[in-house]
Design a protein around this ligand. Structure first.
Ligand code: NDP
Length: 434
């Protein structure tokens, strides 16, 4: 705590995991003997660098870049890049730490890493975003590689940014390799990667509902926050599974559409011209817009899928969800629930699917993109989507089995932490003290 006292998000992520690992440590004295806990919370490497670029008016801008190479026990570092003004070392470390266990849960050979910058792409021209990405990759390229560290997208890093980053890597290294995932389909990207996190979240939720409650999305009212990559494709799949999604949001506010969100309108606003969600209510009769994003949790629903950002559901929002009848919270965003919110879910017996399991579909398909790049072939959408569905269903099964083995039957959170941890811990013990 002393060492990372200025990194509250990182400490929050670590404590949540450590709280559930006690029975595992008791059963495996070799973890303690090999200092596994002390080692797993310390990144193998943190790279922090200056990113200088020139804006459209000719002014020099300076941002800070990060890459946290957290753990490589079970594969090359793997995790997204986030461009957002709130990015700092503690945020990237929380995301990197979560990523270790998430990647382990996918069953694919990927270690944990994360990176990004405090650069804010909002309001920047394409040319400015390109110059920033080129400057960012000019430094990052010396630290990554297809067998070392394979970054992907995250908040504000989508197809456009990955394209610019890949181009600059290739130009500097003179090497055409699968060094990034989430690439365009013309240059090594995988079908179904764009949809993977949102679709995977719904496959996970559907399977957890089936196994634990003998229930499904059919006929349910769903509240989803965000309107980015994860939110859009979670909405699409929840609708396909028979649910009515009634909200969408961004950092300014949320829309409530009692008739069910028209996803083509959201896609046109967000993917078409990077607009604000407020526009939805101007275009769709019967929809309401409300300023402030946290109000979205006061909308009555059966299932809530937070898909925007960390700590977006606090205790008060969790209480509001429960009061209005919500029975299920599965997390598309990383760590969207505060510890107090999780305590509210647990006290009220909600089905709670934690991020590191529920949103693992994105990195799972990134792992499949790496396999396709190595084979130099491309699978069809149906093939990749079927693999994704299988992975999400096995995450539910494996986490419930781990929970049962360690006396936490039915606990998806404890199960995810335990199942993710044990594989990495065993690899760390086998490879010696490093
Ligand atoms: P996008 O950039 O596509 O979308 C982010 C959405 O969240 C936008 O609607 C954005 O609104 C909103 N948002 C971002 N920051 C805040 C904030 N501080 N307060 C309120 N709203 C905010 O990102 P993704 O959809 O890719 O990522 C969303 C979440 O899912 C993140 O937690 C990410 O780590 C997680 N995730 C993403 C994966 C992926 O494959 N993309 C994989 C696994 C997890 P605005 O436009 O106003 O900023």
């Amino acid at each position: 705590t002393k060492r990372d006292g200025d990194q509250p998000e990182f400490l929050q992520a670590v404590y949540e995991v450590l709280d559930t690992l006690q029975p595992v440590i008791e059963k495996h004295p070799e973890y303690e003997a090999n200092g596994v806990l002390e080692r797993i919370v310390e990144p193998e490497r943190v790279v922090k660098f200056r990113v200088a670029w020139v804006d459209d008016s000719g002014k020099v801008q300076v941002n800070r870049g990060y890459r946290v190479q957290f753990n490589s026990a079970i594969g090359p570092y793997k995790g997204g890049l986030r461009f957002h003004p709130t990015v700092n070392e503690g945020v990237i470390k929380f995301l990197g730490f979560e990523q270790i266990l998430k990647n382990s849960l996918t069953t694919l050979p990927m270690g944990g890493g994360k990176g990004g910058s405090d650069f804010d792409p909002k309001g920047k021209s394409d040319a400015e975003v390109m110059r920033f990405c080129q400057a960012f990759m000019t430094e990052l390229q010396r630290h990554i590689g297809q067998f070392t560290d394979v970054p992907a997208g995250d908040i504000n890093v989508g197809a456009r940014e990955i394209g610019y980053l890949f181009g600059q890597y290739k130009r500097i290294r003179d090497e055409y390799s699968g060094v990034l995932t989430g690439k365009g389909l013309e240059f090594g990207g995988s079908l179904a990667r764009t949809e993977a996190t949102g679709y995977g979240l719904c496959y996970y939720t559907q399977e957890a509902l089936r196994v634990l409650k003998n229930d499904s999305f059919e006929g349910k009212t769903v509240v989803i926050s965000g309107s980015g990559n994860v939110a859009i494709f979670a909405t699409e799949k929840a609708q396909a599974l028979g649910a009515k999604v009634v909200t969408a949001s961004d950092s300014n506010g949320y829309v409530y559409d009692p008739n069910g969100i028209q996803l083509d309108v959201v896609k046109d606003i967000k993917l078409g011209h990077r607009g604000r969600i407020k526009e939805y209510a101007e275009r769709v009769p019967g929809a309401e817009y409300h300023e402030g994003c946290s109000g979205v949790w006061t909308v009555p629903c059966d299932i809530a899928l937070p898909c925007a950002t960390q700590n977006e559901i606090n205790e008060e929002s969790a209480e509001a969800l429960v009061k209005n009848g919500c029975k299920v919270v599965c997390e598309g965003a990383n760590m969207p629930s505060t510890p107090e919110a999780i305590a509210v879910y647990q006290k009220n017996g909600l089905l709670y699917g934690p991020a590191k399991a529920a949103n693992a579909g994105g990195v799972a398909v990134s792992g499949l993109e790496m396999s396709q790049n190595s084979y130099r072939l491309s699978w069809t959408f149906e093939e990749t989507d079927a693999k994704l569905k299988g992975i999400m269903e096995s995450i539910v099964a494996n986490t419930l089995a781990a929970a049962k083995e360690y006396g936490e039957e039915g606990d998806l959170m404890a199960g995810a932490n335990i199942a993710g941890f044990v594989k990495v811990a065993n690899a760390m013990v086998a490879q010696g003290v490093l």
